[in-house]
Write a protein that binds this ligand. Sequence first.
Ligand SMILES: C[S@@+](CC[C@H](N)C(=O)[O-])C[C@H]1O[C@@H](n2cnc3c(N)ncnc32)[C@H](O)[C@@H]1O
Length: 281
Amino acid sequence: MIRPMSPPEAVKARSTQSDRVRSVRADRIRSNKRGWDERSARYQAAVGGAEMYAGRIRWGPNGFDDAHVGVLGDVDGLDVLEIGCGAAQFGIELARRGANVTGIDLSAEQIRHGRENVRSAGVRIRLVTGNAERLRRRFGDASFDAVVSDFAAGFMDLDRLLPEVAAVLRPGGFVALAWTSPVLDCMTGAGEPPLLAFKYSYFDRTPWVDAGRDATFEFKRTYGDWVRAFAHAGLMLEDLVEPQASKGASHAEWRNFRWERTSVVPGTCIWKARKPSLASP
Ligand SMILES: C[S@@+](CC[C@H](N)C(=O)[O-])C[C@H]1O[C@@H](n2cnc3c(N)ncnc32)[C@H](O)[C@@H]1O
């Protein structure tokens, strides 16, 4: 499945106005909720409805098939929480494979589209509106075998999110989060030539705050930032899957992730970590 570019991705650019970045950061959760409520209809029209993944479990804008990258494997019978579930297309594929899926998203509009998709797919998924940085109070300790997310974790503060993920996971359970690679985040933006050039310092953590009225806030992180956040939350990093796009395989429309780029540098990182089982020392 090829996801067309949605309008928000088309305008993604780092704001050079530090006062604007500061003010959006101060109200990050509310800004992201407002931003996603506002863009949800456009985004869903662009990415497609319940059948967006055409019967596959697919990761990231390049649509890497889990059957090939092997992150999730067999999910039959697992209690799975999807954070930043959007309109539940990823969760629908998990439910079709026998998982008991719960989805949480900040945006009521995204969840509304999700309920429509779930109805039309004819599966059972529990969908809730809420902040994934506060899971424990809502779901309780040790309530899931797996926590997954496809392209939402960049909107979340890992230092708040991952301790909550660790709490709601059962011992031995795993978390798998897909997001843009820290390398791609340093490169020229969508539609900005040249395609294979660094534009931003790897060490610059200035967040992405888009220029529009309903700005959203995305963290910019290094590999070390990710590793440290898992370690601080007591989660054992098992893998960092960096699928390579093959020639012509990725969609040309999601310009940041064009195959000419993501066949040379990783565009998508899928971070997989596990909560130690009780038997571990
Ligand atoms: C790029 S969309 C991805 C949605 C879906 N996973 C997909 O692939 O279509 C990012 C989603 O993260 C959600 N989000 C952002 N911050 C969140 C938070 N703190 N808690 C829960 N969801 C959040 C947004 O509302 C949005 O639906």
